[in-house]
Design a protein around this ligand. Structure first.
Ligand code: GDP
Length: 140
């Protein structure tokens, strides 16, 4: 099966606790390859644009404040079934519901500060990758 790509963010709660390597290791152990990676401090505009689908949700402003509260690491991950594999290793949005051995069960602090983002479909993966990376920044 051909390799596919997904988009990942290591969120501010994880970078604050120096967990970039630990989270990346769990992604790699799940069979995903990091083919692009950069550490950025998201602007309010970027966070609002990225999470635009959640604009009407009650937690939108808190989410934008959280995502701009410190550095994040944006990544492109490659592998077989990359979107589904990443969602599996991430675990449920709320760490209280996440399976043992997942990133969120292991590291998340709360439903908001849940350590990682991962695209929920191949279509959104493409849009999200394009939001943060130029094609030449992705080296498979
Ligand atoms: P994901 O695909 O598992 O990341 O979940 P969603 O797309 O539903 O939500 C996006 C992000 O918003 C989550 O990863 C959390 O950081 C945050 N979030 C989701 N639900 C809640 C909530 O009920 N309260 C708060 N404060 N944040 C939430």
């Amino acid at each position: 099966m051909a390799a596919t790509r997904t988009f990942s963010i290591i969120k501010p709660d994880a970078t604050r606790r120096n967990l970039t390597g630990a989270v990346t290791k769990m992604l790699e152990d799940a069979g995903l390859r990091v083919v692009a990676s950069k550490r950025i401090h998201m602007t309010k505009d970027q966070a609002e644009g990225f999470y635009g689908v959640h604009r009407e949700r009650p937690f939108f402003n808190d989410l934008v404040a959280f995502m701009t509260s410190g550095p994040v690491v944006v990544q492109v991950l490659e592998g077989e079934n990359a979107v589904a594999k990443n969602r599996e290793v991430m675990g449920a949005t709320n760490p209280a519901n996440a399976e043992e051995g997942t990133i969120r069960k292991t590291y998340a602090e709360s439903i908001e500060a849940n350590s990682v983002h991962g695209s929920d479909s191949p279509e959104n993966a493409e849009i999200e990758i394009r939001f943060f990376f130029k094609p030449e920044e992705i080296v498979g």
